[in-house]
Design a protein around this ligand. Structure first.
Ligand SMILES: [Mg+2]
Length: 275
């Protein structure tokens, strides 16, 4: 059988994520009078990261791909029971992070810390625009007859919010979120969950994502083909069986090429789907 399913990553594959978080931090930092915005942004991110990493749930957060800046606004509602401790600790983490940020910037101020936390969350709740070509890529993949999966790392509440805001949720036959499942990319269990729910074998699926380690390495280690969104970055490993596209807008032609390779009688097609 040929390729039957296409599994998408969400953050920085379909929607803009890291740059949005930076901009939201910057807008929170702008509430501190007289502080350079670049300095405020870098300092807040570094302070939050240090507290996140020193906290009791860092190992879990790494396994589930939950970043310190996500911990600054996730409610962790709807998450797997293995995240109950993280959910209970998160408010204290946020308080520590924002208060430390105001203190280190020369103005220890709990009220300012609360205002910054609110400004950050408000910006994050509306900021995640679709990347250019993402909607077309999802629609054309569905129209071509593939089953669609979404496999994303992050807390249930914010990944669901971003997916809802994208307007693309209805195109996905299966959605697996690490915070809901209690397992995340690149763990083989996460890939098994999405394959089983889609009803396809590894060689009948391809993973599309921007993360070399979590999306590409994770997929290929499970026998799933991979399409890496390079976004201007050099290929980390030329021997890895991966298709490379510059941006999500180039996905449809890549899937077409792959389908043609598969139907050629003497086809020696490489990489996509590995089948
Ligand atoms: Mg990503």
């Amino acid at each position: 059988m040929g390729l039957g399913a296409v599994i998408f990553d969400l953050d920085d594959t379909l929607i803009e994520e890291e740059a949005v978080a930076r901009a939201s931090v910057r807008s929170a930092g702008s509430l501190i009078p007289g502080v350079d915005p670049d300095r405020a942004e870098d300092f807040i991110l570094a302070t939050a990261r240090a507290i996140w990493r020193a906290g009791p749930y860092h190992r879990l957060a790494v396994a589930l791909g939950i970043a310190s800046w996500e911990g600054l606004w996730a409610s962790f509602e709807g998450c797997h029971p293995s995240l109950d401790g993280l959910k209970a600790w998160a408010p204290s983490y946020r308080r520590q992070a924002w208060q430390a940020a105001t203190g280190e910037l020369g103005r220890p101020d709990p009220e300012l810390a609360l205002a910054m936390a609110a400004a950050y969350e408000a910006a994050q709740r509306v900021g995640h625009r679709l990347l250019d070509g993402a909607a077309e890529a999802v629609r054309s993949t569905a129209a071509a007859g593939y089953r669609l999966g979404l496999l994303t790392n992050g807390p249930a509440d914010i990944q669901r919010l971003k997916l809802d805001q994208s307007g693309l949720g209805s195109y996905f036959d299966v959605v697996v979120i690490s915070g809901e499942a209690g397992t995340g990319k690149p763990s083989p269990e996460a890939f098994s969950l999405v394959l089983d729910a889609l009803g396809v074998l590894p060689h009948e699926a391809v993973m599309v994502g921007d993360s070399w380690e979590r999306d590409v390495r994770g997929a290929t280690a499970s026998g799933i083909g991979a399409v890496w969104i390079a976004a201007g970055r050099p290929l980390p490993d030329r021997k890895c069986p991966v298709s490379v596209i510059p941006s999500i807008g180039a996905l449809a032609p890549e899937l077409d090429r792959s389908a043609r390779r598969r139907t050629r009688p003497s086809g020696t097609g490489t990489s996509l789907g590995q089948g």
